[in-house]
Ligand binder design. Structure first.
Ligand code: ADP
Length: 266
């Protein structure tokens, strides 16, 4: 296959089984890594301009099953963008305080301020994914959340936030290899808990929950991208390119230059 869409128009059914997680656009690893480095260099300058302009913000939402490469994608973005411009937030199982609020409370508090690029390692989508699959809330609760999420994202988009929502799509086979690798390695095994192995047994339920979330929350103001992620280097390339294209579209500007300031220097 030489082409695979990264996104579908809003309203179309998204079925993950239609997307090849091993897709790599015919590229080889060395070329992809070189292109990713170019994107990262460009990102540094674009992020600096966004920061100087301080009027808009971007949030990269990373979702995917365990081992899909969320941490790796964050490492790649952080290798390009100055930490001054970047806010990385991870969303774990909610604390007692978080559970005592609505599900978007902790997310809203983590939204990047104008000028910054936020990266969400997991997000409010857990509230329609893991919550549904592990039956942490009754169906009427999580089913109402798709509309709530769309309204929330619209509010943020209207306020100057641009979403780059990435679903990191890996195959069942690739997940097995990555989990096995972690289970064998004393430096990595700590990352896994019993829940992660139990979640793998519910693979089909997770895929179905993702199909629904990706379909129902694929909006004009915050579209989803299905990132083929079986190859880490291709995943990094796609995410880097998406973030770069987003920032180029925003085209952030430095505040006006005042040439009289220099004359006031004593
Ligand atoms: P990660 O796998 O992201 O590296 P952890 O191993 O700490 O980090 O996993 C975080 C866990 O928190 C995941 O199992 C995830 O499904 C869970 N989680 C995140 N958000 C929620 C939520 N809103 N409700 C329940 N569980 C959640």
């Amino acid at each position: 296959m030489s082409h695979q869409p990264l996104r579908l128009p809003p309203g179309r059914d998204i079925r993950l089984s239609d997307f090849d997680p091993g897709f790599h656009g015919g590229l080889d690893r060395a070329d992809a890594e070189q292109e990713t480095r170019h994107h990262c260099d460009a990102l540094d300058e674009l992020a600096y301009r966004l920061y100087a302009e301080a009027k808009r913000a971007v949030v990269v939402v990373l979702q995917g099953i365990d081992t899909s490469g969320k941490d790796g994608a964050i490492r790649m973005l952080a290798s390009g963008i100055s930490p001054q411009c970047l806010d990385v937030r991870s969303f774990k199982a909610p604390s007692a305080v978080e559970l005592a609020h609505d599900f978007l409370w902790r997310i809203h508090a983590a939204v990047p301020a104008h000028g910054r690029i936020g990266v969400f390692n997991r997000s409010h989508y857990e509230d329609v994914i893991v919550v549904r699959v592990r039956k942490l809330a009754p169906p009427h609760v999580w089913k109402a959340r798709y509309d709530q999420i769309n309204a929330f994202e619209k509010l943020l988009a209207d306020g100057g936030l641009t979403f780059v929502k990435c679903f990191l799509h890996i195959s069942r086979k690739e997940q097995r290899e990555r989990l096995e690798d972690r289970l064998r390695d004393p430096r990595k095994q700590w990352k896994l808990g019993p829940d992660d192995l139990a979640d793998r047994e519910r693979w089909d339920d997770f895929q179905a929950a993702y199909d629904d979330a990706l379909t129902k929350c694929n909006t004009e103001h915050a579209p989803w991208h299905i990132v083929p992620a079986d190859r880490k280097w291709y995943r990094n390339l796609v995410v880097a390119r998406l973030v770069r294209e987003t920032l180029e579209r925003l085209d952030p500007r430095f505040p006006p230059f005042d040439s009289t300031l220099l004359t006031r220097l004593t």
